[in-house]
Ligand binder design. Structure first.
Ligand SMILES: C[S@@+](CC[C@H](N)C(=O)[O-])C[C@H]1O[C@@H](n2cnc3c(N)ncnc32)[C@H](O)[C@@H]1O
Length: 424
């Protein structure tokens, strides 16, 4: 433990400006505000191996932020956190307990605190910056490379991008794992055998949860949102005479079954498009008679190809589009937004299964904002309904995740998105 770490314990009360002054003094002395408890420990013990966790000063602030802080003290802590963030505190580094700073606040039930909001905003900024860095393939040069480059007359191209050590200790921001397996690589997934169980669709060998029936209520909400796009503009109740609904990703057919139910109740003719890429799922759809249902159009293949086709041919526009696939990433969804603006009717509704970053609440909150920002660039606005999801982690005889490789949803609340063109 160093003086910097001690400072983050807020043992001296009240918390006054002197905390900021001292923090800035440490900065002047060249102490990085990202200095971890593990690094300090290793330094004092003469240990040379790299630590496996990163308990940063920001973690300590989140652990020791006093619950009874006065308004004046809260303002100082906010300023303290701003300085930490300005000087590189990572919003998604994990500490010795496997928590990010935001997770620590969630555990302390301080999700409504201003510093939680600061961390979420910093997460949004970091993700946007990271995207730009990746988009423009910005290369970082290691210090020793800089030295060698400045010493040499013929500068060499740096051979590889730097992988920061911290990367291994960051919380995952994607729905599924980082390893090149069926859960994150489309080509691998599409050639992986699947199996339907009583309450789930899994990859046969690795037991990745492709779809699980605890999501049923959320799928019903999704289906209802799509039919809201059946109403004509400037009308309380007048419906399109022809309603087109598109669901991307059949899985267990939960949302499609609900769409069929709502279509049967609708006074308008509803054409129900289903886009599905996996051969095992297509086989199941055929066996279960989906190909024979009137007004159902099965688009066999990846949405990337199928929607391109529809857009090229023209003539079909949707009142509702729902997106819920597997082994795709946020970048894929960003690509989908291009098709959404091209294929959604002016009064249509787009929705998706929102599991973005949902293995940690703070990451889920960061993605909530990112999605809003990204959609606004397409002239779309997103309204969330917060839904409690009781019992999604438990069933009578254990957890719903017992037979599944890893849980992909750990938040007690689901942010159900309804997306429309702005000003509609
Ligand atoms: C999570 S499940 C969908 C569950 C569905 N919402 C339900 O209510 O049961 C994901 C489905 O998307 C399909 N899929 C994955 N990538 C796809 C893609 N690029 N295009 C079309 N379908 C895809 C998978 O094969 C799988 O059937």
């Amino acid at each position: 433990m160093s003086d910097l770490h001690d400072l983050c314990h807020f043992t001296e009360r009240p918390i006054t400006k002197s905390y900021i002054t001292t923090l800035r003094q440490y900065l002047k002395l060249g102490i990085p505000l990202t200095y971890t408890v593990e690094e300090a420990y290793n330094y004092t013990k003469g240990i040379e191996t790299d630590p496996t966790s990163t308990t940063t000063p920001l973690h300590l602030v989140c652990r020791h932020y006093p619950e009874d802080a006065t308004d004046d003290e809260i303002k100082i802590v906010e300023e303290f956190v701003s300085v930490l963030l300005e000087y590189g505190a990572g919003w998604c580094l994990v500490d010795d307990k496997g928590d990010t700073p935001g997770c620590t606040l969630v555990k302390r039930e301080l999700r409504n605190s201003p510093i939680y909001r600061q961390i979420v905003e910093s997460g949004v900024r970091a993700e946007l910056l990271l995207r730009k860095v990746e988009e423009y393939q910005v290369e970082f040069i290691e210090e020793d490379q800089i030295e060698s480059q400045t010493n040499e007359t013929q500068p060499e191209e740096p051979e590889e991008h730097i992988e920061t050590e911290a990367k291994d200790q960051e919380a995952s921001t994607s729905k599924y794992s980082e390893k090149p397996d069926a859960a994150c690589d489309q080509q691998t997934y599409l050639s992986t055998k699947l199996e339907y169980t009583d309450d789930a669709l899994l990859t046969k060998d690795a037991k990745d949860g492709v779809m699980m029936d605890w999501e049923t209520d959320l799928m019903h909400l999704g289906a209802q949102s799509l039919f809201k796009g059946g109403k004509l503009l400037d009308s309380e109740s007048e419906l399109d005479s022809e309603i087109n609904v598109l669901n991307i990703g059949f899985g267990m057919g939960i949302i499609d079954t609900k769409i069929q139910e709502l279509a049967a109740q609708s006074p308008s003719t509803v054409t129900h498009y289903i886009c599905e890429a996996h051969p095992d799922v297509l086989l199941k759809m055929r066996k279960d008679g989906w190909y024979d249902k009137p007004n159902v159009v099965v688009l066999e293949g990846r949405w990337q190809d199928q929607l391109d086709d529809i857009l090229q041919k023209g003539g079909v526009f949707f009142n509702g589009i729902y997106y819920d696939t597997f082994s795709e990433h946020y970048e894929d969804m960003l690509e989908l937004f291009d098709y959404v603006v091209g294929l959604l009717k002016p009064h249509g509704v787009f929705s998706f299964f929102n599991g973005l970053g949902a293995d940690r609440w703070v990451v889920y909150d960061v993605y909530r904002k990112l999605v809003e920002l990204d959609l606004s660039n397409y002239g779309l606005s997103c309204v969330y309904t917060d839904v409690n999801i009781p019992n999604h982690t438990k069933k009578e005889d254990g957890s719903v995740w017992d037979d599944v490789k890893r849980s992909y949803f750990e938040c007690p609340v689901y942010y159900h998105p309804e997306i429309r063109f702005i000003d509609i």
